[in-house]
Design a protein around this ligand. Structure first.
Ligand SMILES: Nc1ncnc2c1ncn2[C@@H]1O[C@H](COP(=O)(O)OP(=O)(O)O)[C@@H](O)[C@H]1O
Ligand SMILES: [Mg+2]
Length: 363
């Protein structure tokens, strides 16, 4: 049996002068929930349509379950697609929408009834089979669309921002439903979204894209913890970015000069002394404490410990958010619990964070 469900091999697609997808290579494992994440226009939909056979690539090929899909029509491919705008048949009830492909295949009536019932239970719409689809909410319509796509038992389900048109609360609920359904069926899901939080919640792996190319691929926690580029650090989660120059490298870490301050950092395999780099420090990794002038700085060798001045503070309900000046730099995202000691603008504070939590980025 093939290890990979879908292999995307060096796919390139141009629309006149626009390169929508560029030399894109990715192996998707069987049963994986993988997300294509990136800003609008980065080529996500185009790539899904190429996998589905709705679009042909200029170069490269798609292999599904070991079979080269070049020249295969969409109907011949073991895939199905769910769109953002629920493409249900408005003049049909829920049952007929879900049963549609089975009716076309002239399956026996009893078998169709059984399958539709199974699908309705799967998407938690028991008892809805006679409803007119015009009487459904957005979330329910997407459940029907999902059931309609899954009744054929596709090997791969392609989902193009399927929750994009839903309200936040329904979207959150549907995210959990999608995850449950995918786990239950163990079908390969390739999921397109521009919402990093959604990608984090749903995915086994995230493929971060920009301008038709892969920026970085990894598990959500790896992408969050160890972004490799400024783009990745910015796109996934909140962070603090500092710009500096590498002054020292040893086996355990580096030292980067940022506006006269010396910051201890992790190692980066491609970085050399003298290079200009960016540092990313996640807000939750930074400790904020009252300034104690008698304490010598850099008390602990593996931490950065520096004086800073509070500029602004914002109450966010569960947390307090601060912006502070550190030398000639600004740290935009410092958080404490809302119950913790609170600081005022112009207060002197000490901020500290571990060397290991200082991630070096290149452009
Ligand atoms: N049929 C088309 N004709 C011309 N340009 C297109 C077409 N489809 C997509 N594009 C362009 O290709 C790029 C990628 O689009 P798309 O795949 O829809 O991105 P995404 O889904 O990530 O928002 C965009 O610049 C878009 O304008
Ligand atoms: Mg799109």
């Amino acid at each position: 049996m093939e290890e990979f469900s879908v292999k995307i091999e060096a796919v390139t697609k141009r629309f006149v002068e626009i390169v929508a997808v560029q030399h894109f290579t990715l192996d998707v494992k069987r049963g994986e929930f993988i997300s294509l994440l990136g800003p609008s226009g980065c080529g996500k939909t185009t790539l899904l349509r190429i996998i589905a056979g709705l679009e042909t690539s200029d170069q490269g090929r798609i292999v599904i379950e070991g079979e080269d899909m070049t020249g295969q029509t969409p109907e011949k491919r073991p895939v199905n697609m769910v769109f953002q705008r629920y493409a249900l048949f408005p003049h049909m009830n829920v049952f007929n929408n879900i049963a549609f492909s089975q009716v076309l295949k002239k399956r026996p009536r009893q078998e169709i009834q059984a399958k539709v019932s199974e699908m309705l239970a799967l998407v938690d719409l028991d008892g809805y089979q006679n409803r007119n689809v015009n009487e459904l909410s957005g979330g329910q319509s997407q459940r029907v669309a999902l059931a309609r796509s899954l009744i054929n038992q596709p090997k791969v389900l392609l989902l193009d921002e399927p929750l994009g048109a839903l309200d936040l609360l329904i979207r959150k609920q549907m995210q959990l439903e999608l995850k449950r359904i995918q786990r239950h069926l163990n079908t390969t899901f390739i999921y397109v979204t521009h919402d990093q939080e959604e990608a984090m919640i749903l995915s086994n792996r995230i493929v971060l894209m920009n301008k038709g190319e892969i920026v970085q691929v990894g598990k959500p926690e790896d992408l969050y913890r160890l972004p490799e580029t400024v783009f990745a650090a910015h796109f996934i989660g909140e962070t603090n970015l500092l710009e500096g120059n590498v002054t020292r490298i040893n086996a355990k870490g580096m030292e980067v000069e940022v506006g006269g301050l010396r910051i201890k950092t992790r190692l980066h395999p491609k970085v050399k002394v003298g290079m200009q780099v960016w540092l990313s420090i996640r807000p939750e990794k930074i400790d904020l404490a009252a300034d104690q002038p008698d304490d010598p700085p850099n008390r602990v060798n593996h931490r950065n410990d520096l004086p800073a001045i509070v500029k602004t503070r914002t109450f966010l309900g569960s947390s307090m958010n601060y912006e502070a000046r550190l030398g000639n730099q600004r740290l935009m995202n410092l958080v404490t619990s809302a119950e913790a000691v609170s600081y005022q603008p112009r207060d002197k504070v000490r901020i500290s964070w571990a060397k290991e939590d200082t991630v070096v980025l290149i452009d």
